[in-house]
Design a protein around this ligand. Structure first.
Ligand SMILES: [Zn+2]
Ligand SMILES: [Zn+2]
Length: 179
């Protein structure tokens, strides 16, 4: 069966039907592609670049694969090679490679897994491993203790979430929103 990738950028305007994949991705594997993906270079905006990309989200095992290339076809080939390498892996063994959120990469096939480990950061209240949320000073809070974060240490995102929760509550309860 031919898989059709959802187009997220660029090509979308030219081809409303999507990109026909060259490889036989599993049926339950969501794929998307674009010919205008912007890649941000960390710390150096002059090194930002545009590339064609192809992204796949296989379910078994659940992971995320991204290929880049001069064209979407090249990017798909790169993603497919990574996928084949993962499928052929003799046995995944994960390492953190600097990530503290519990995600890890397989030593053998480089597969990414989002919950390979417990997060290495601890809730500052109950000391359980968590990466649920953190304050402006880098202290972490689990879901249960997120409300214990002092107001003075909320960042923009926390205020944003609190305002939208308030708005939804008003809407649900038929109360006029005062903000
Ligand atoms: Zn592996
Ligand atoms: Zn906690």
């Amino acid at each position: 069966m031919t898989t059709i990738a959802r187009l997220s950028t660029g090509l979308l305007r030219q081809d409303p039907y999507g990109y026909l994949c060259a490889y036989d991705w599993p049926d339950n594997c969501f794929v998307q592609a674009g010919d205008r993906g912007l890649v941000f270079a960390i710390g150096d905006a002059s090194k930002d670049y545009e590339t064609a990309f192809f992204e796949a989200f296989p379910r078994e095992p659940a992971t995320f694969i991204r290929g880049e290339g001069a064209t979407v076809q090249d990017a798909e080939t790169s993603a497919w090679k990574q996928f084949q390498q993962q499928v052929a892996c003799p046995g995944h063994e994960f390492e953190r490679r600097g990530y503290t959120n519990g995600g890890g990469f397989c030593k053998h096939c480089d597969m990414w897994m989002s919950h390979a480990f417990e997060p290495s950061t601890l809730c500052c209240i109950c000391k359980k491993p968590t990466d649920w949320t953190h304050d402006t000073e880098g202290e972490y809070y689990c879901q249960e203790h997120q409300r214990d974060m002092p107001l003075g240490k909320w960042d923009v995102m926390q205020w944003h979430i609190a305002f939208s929760e308030y708005e939804m509550w008003c809407h649900k309860n038929g109360v006029e929103c005062l903000l």
